[in-house]
Design a protein around this ligand. Sequence first.
Ligand code: PLP
Length: 393
Amino acid sequence: MKPRTRLNHLPAPPLPPDNRPLVAPIHQSVKFSFDDVEQTRQLWAGRRDGYFYSRVSNPTLHQLELALAGLQGRDACLLTASGVAAISVALLGLLRAGDHVVHFAELYGPTRALVARLLGRYGVTSTLLTLADPDALERELAARQTRLVVLESPSNPILRVPDLARVTAAARRHGALTLLDNTLAGLHNHGGYDVDVFVHSLTKFASGHGDVMGGAVIARRELIDALREDAVNLGPTLDPHAAWLVLRGLKTYFLRWDAHCANARRVADFLAGRPEVSCVRYPGRPQDPGHALAASQMDGGGAVVSFDLAAGLEAGTRFAEALELFSITASLGSTESLVLPPALQQPRGLTPGQVQWTGIGPGTVRLSVGIEDPDDLIADLARALDRAGGAPC
Ligand SMILES: Cc1ncc(COP(=O)(O)O)c(C=O)c1O
């Protein structure tokens, strides 16, 4: 072979079968080949294992799918390039024109927009409720044939905790499926509930290091197989290198989760003692209205703490800008601490009544508490509250 041919037909380095790498390689290959056409046809027909094209499947993705499905207590998983892509794939695959969806004002904004605006254009109808009124959900399900209930627990950023046993039982009774965005609860929680479809942003706790985006839909195999048929045509595949980074992050998932929860609890307790702060929300705190449910439903309260600054929006901006260890940005569940001030999280596309349902006020601040030393985090928060000034509650 001449050099320019050889460079494109390099042999795989020989690896003896009894000599394995401790970290699985990244299968950074778009294509996989069999030597004979019939084997490819067998694979397409589902009559043999293997890989053909990475938009459909890839060994590195498959390893991550198995890990995530196992953590969530289901038997199948579909990976996507972001959390929002996971939500889109699940909604587009589960719903048809004429279907009705119940969703909630407290949900992540893009999820509400997907349900009401995008799916509305394709003939899917929806009703927006609040998680604070579980009876309203039961009334709606009784009044109207519903295909899907979309919820989050805890919700973002107000950390409402729906009663998952009650919601899933009501949905089942009325023939509706449930889709739970489990991002704030982490990957190992809520698997014991009768939830049909979990979605996660892997951008958060799974990778944990803020250097990769990804999403996952996790459910029983029959649902994932059906969703995958559409996903392959929609094309939101996760890249193998991103999947590998998430796999690497997962090795420390439980260590990070425990550290996030312990630090967030300390931060929430500290904030609750400050005169400028009202309404600290953290379901891991016994004083939180969602605590009893959260304690029975999930392990730990997660990384997100939210609270209101009595002095409102301007004080929120001053507070966020005065922080040194909390960076002003989106996202949550990374090792470093983050803050979202009120000016960056006012809900859009809702009526004033629905904005009230979200619980987000003019002084609402969201923190994602990282795994730094909690003494440093609390000193930083104290300093920023002193500098931000503002009226005590
Ligand atoms: C609850 C929730 N779901 C989904 C997402 C979307 O995830 P991604 O940014 O990976 O698309 C986010 C992002 O902040 C989120 O908070």
